[in-house]
Design a binder for this molecule. Structure first.
Ligand SMILES: NC(=O)C1=CN([C@@H]2O[C@H](COP(=O)(O)OP(=O)(O)OC[C@H]3O[C@@H](n4cnc5c(N)ncnc54)[C@H](O)[C@@H]3O)[C@@H](O)[C@H]2O)C=CC1
Ligand SMILES: O=C([O-])CC(=O)C(=O)O
Length: 329
């Protein structure tokens, strides 16, 4: 194999998403079946041993594409030469914790990681933030990396996108492969807005096919937006394999391009499109090509959608104000 390996850094590597993610990266599903990878696992010191255990298992898979695994608790080492950064490790909300406390605790993680990316990552680095609150954590990391083009910092809403695909397929008796052009707008939170007005099912408009605004407002949107909580309730732990799958999908689409006539949802820095204030990391419909993405232009936003997009964007603005007040951006 002559191709230079791609350096993929995964933070929170010993966590549950990490365990579902690393094997798929090493098997070629993140970047492509012909792309060799080197893994860098970043963990906090007490979790290094667990990360070593995962690395032993990765060795035991004898993946032909896996050309090395480094494990460290130092972000400067973890991001040295990183081409792809998957920022999974985050501080979860614990009992009695206010939102401000959560943002501050995550600032302590994402600010130094952003700085390490700024100082050490490869020029072509692409960053996906998975750790919650993902959009605002991405903003914190981005602000600490002024030398990296801002658009390289993205947040994950692909899990929401995939959840919405399946709910819509079930409702309409179609398959997810029949559905195109679905969009998640806004924040990866309960305010997110899954939009089917531009989506098609086997070429026909999805909203017209469904023709049931009550289902849309009272079932579809809340089911998608609260799916994370429903999984926690059912499983006693948050989504892990589906979150890892969405991270794979996000990066694969970003690197390898979207199919003609389709788009995906990514949390990306707004350029002011669709009334989303510039700089907010908000979910948009995007097409990708040659490792870059573009917001789908010119979609007509009806009143139903406008109110919901605005509500989610308002929440993102409040989160931005909160981290600004904490001096994190
Ligand atoms: N954007 C999305 O759609 C989704 C986001 N998530 C979020 O992903 C995050 C990770 O989830 P899980 O893997 O289930 O959590 P987990 O608690 O199983 O694992 C997190 C890991 O991160 C590590 N960690 C903490 N601070 C770190 C630091 N400074 N540097 C490196 N590693 C650090 C921990 O030691 C732990 O091993 C959570 O914030 C969760 O809310 C989960 C599902 C979907
Ligand atoms: O709430 C969580 O930690 C998990 C999450 O983001 C999701 O499943 O969408």
């Amino acid at each position: 194999m002559t191709r230079t390996p791609v350096n993929v850094t995964v933070t929170g590597a010993a966590g549950q998403i990490g365990y579902a993610l690393l094997f798929r990266i090493a098997s070629g599903q993140l970047l492509g079946a012909d792309v060799p990878v080197k893994l860098r696992l970043l963990e906090i010191t007490p979790a290094l041993k667990a990360a070593e255990g995962t690395a032993m298992e990765l060795d035991d898979c004898a993946f032909p594409l896996l050309q090395g695994i480094d494990i460290t608790d130092d972000p400067n080492v973890a991001f040295d030469g990183a081409n792809v950064g998957l920022l999974v490790g985050a501080r979860p909300r614990t009992k009695g914790m206010e939102r401000g406390d959560l943002l501050e605790a995550n600032g302590g993680i994402f600010k130094p990681q952003g700085k390490a990316i700024n100082d050490h990552a490869a020029d072509d680095v692409k960053v996906l933030v998975v750790g919650n609150p993902a959009n605002t954590n991405a903003l914190i990391a981005q602000a600490a990396a002024p030398d990296v083009p801002a658009e390289r910092f993205t947040a994950m809403t692909r899990l929401d996108h995939n959840r919405a695909l399946t709910q819509l397929a079930k409702k309409t008796g179609s398959t997810v492969a029949d559905i195109k052009r679905l969009t998640i707008w806004g924040n990866h939170s309960a305010t997110q807005y899954p939009d089917i007005f531009h989506a098609t099912i086997a070429g026909k408009n999805a909203a017209e096919t469904v023709n049931d605004e009550k289902w849309l407002a009272e079932e579809f949107i809340p089911t998608v937006a609260k799916r994370g909580a429903a999984i926690i309730e059912a499983r006693g732990a948050s989504s892990a394999a589906s979150a890892a799958n969405a991270a794979i999908d996000h990066v694969y689409s970003w690197v390898n391009g979207t199919a003609d006539g389709d788009w995906v949802s990514m949390g990306i820095p707004s350029d002011g499109s669709y009334g989303v204030p510039e700089g907010l990391i908000s979910s948009f419909p995007v097409t990708t090509k040659d490792g870059t993405y573009e917001i789908v232009p010119g979609l007509e936003i009806n009143e139903f959608s406008r109110a919901r997009i605005d509500a989610s964007v308002k929440e993102l603005e409040e989160e931005r104000e909160a981290v600004r007040a904490l001096g994190l951006i």
